[in-house]
Unconditional design. Structure first.
Length: 376
């Protein structure tokens, strides 16, 4: 019995440290009543009922030893169905009830992009720390207002861009920082295939084509900024001629450290193996299968004409994001996107949209200073 208890304690500690991808069995399913002693609760409110919360984030909250206590939706039936499906004690369409619960210290925002600012602002005014699906909102001005509000209310705002949570991409960043491939020269990001919107809990139709700027390009921009620790300086983008709703997009980006980024994003091609290639003056790193959400992918280091497959341990990216959010509350998350990152990402997306529309190279510094696109 003593050995068994020691094993359970060791395993549980590993789970809390995100070194074990399994969810602790005591958090998988409650039997009978769903109420626990108040002093045992470190609670979360789930704002919105999108699919990512259903499939990943509620279990991620439980995996770190916290409890999802409330579900909020404008539609009470949606909130109640979500709470019932995921065994959460409380469902409401009245935020007053949520903020009145002293155990609720954190908020996870799972809502459509146009609703995220409302939820973030409400949680910030209530003094709750916030983890939000990415992207944060539709434009950089709105993002800047949300960042200022969170700063004024002294709450943490983090944004979950899934690519950052990949062990492959985090290993790439460490190898770049350690100088394994020498001075960084360029990055190539390639992904393509038919748009596959996530399954909807309520059968609500999402745009069949998707928004390539916000469903794909912004993730690539955030990933490049994360890998390089540099900021975009100039951008040029192309779409297919007469393509009113872009499904096939390419762009060229110059970072302020001189690194050149090429990206191919497509919802109009057959399935192709996605790739993130980082080239330095001594070698290169090549990640495959890391952008499709179907597994960990692989990482290859190429130096002196030889390829070396780097072993990568697969993990739950959503649980990893949750862990980084909690451990970063006393400072800054180690790798999660922040509100400031969202401002930069959205600034770059707006510049890319301007370039695609005008066919011109856009200088982000000029755009920031004048509030316009490319110089005349």
């Amino acid at each position: 019995m003593t050995l068994q208890l020691r094993y359970i304690a060791k395993t549980f500690k590993a789970m809390r440290n995100c070194s074990d991808d399994r969810s602790p069995y005591i958090y998988r399913k409650y039997e009978g009543t769903r109420s626990l002693a108040p002093n045992a609760e470190i609670g979360w409110a789930i704002m919105g009922t999108e699919t990512i919360a259903t499939e990943h984030m509620v279990s991620a909250i439980r995996s770190i030893g916290h409890l999802p206590l409330w579900v909020f939706s404008r539609n009470l039936q949606y909130a109640e169905a979500f709470a019932s499906d995921l065994d959460i004690s409380n469902a409401t369409n009245d935020l007053t009830s949520v903020w009145a619960a002293p155990q609720v210290r954190f908020v996870y925002v799972s809502a459509t992009r146009d609703r995220r600012p409302y939820h973030v602002a409400a949680a910030a005014r209530a003094g709750k720390h916030i983890l939000c699906d990415g992207p944060l909102c539709d434009d950089r001005e709105q993002a800047a207002q949300l960042v200022k509000l969170c700063h004024d209310m002294k709450v943490t705002l983090a944004v979950h861009h899934v690519a950052r949570a990949s062990n492959v991409h985090q290993t790439m960043k460490r190898l770049i920082r350690d100088g394994d491939i020498g001075q960084l020269q360029s990055i190539i990001v390639v992904r393509g295939g038919p748009h596959q919107p996530p399954p909807q809990r309520r059968g609500q139709g999402e745009s069949a084509a998707g928004d390539i700027f916000f469903d794909a390009a912004i993730e690539s921009i955030d990933l490049v900024r994360y890998l390089t620790d540099a900021e975009p300086r100039q951008i040029s983008g192309l779409k297919k001629v007469k393509d009113e709703l872009p499904l096939h997009l390419a762009f060229l980006l110059r970072m302020n450290d001189g690194c050149i980024v090429q990206s191919h994003e497509s919802f109009a091609t057959s399935d192709i193996e996605d790739m993130v290639l980082v080239a330095g003056n001594k070698g290169s790193l090549i990640a495959n299968g890391t952008l499709n959400g179907r597994g960990a992918g692989t990482l290859t280091r190429r130096i002196a004409g030889k390829n070396e497959l780097i072993p990568i341990r697969e993990r739950d990216v959503h649980a990893a994001a949750m862990h980084d959010f909690i451990t970063g509350l006393h400072g800054r998350p180690r790798w999660l996107s922040t509100g400031e990152d969202s401002i930069s990402n959205l600034h770059t997306i707006e510049a890319l949209q301007t370039s695609v529309k005008t066919g011109e190279l856009v200088d982000l510094h000029y755009m920031s200073a004048t509030g316009t696109g490319a110089p005349s």
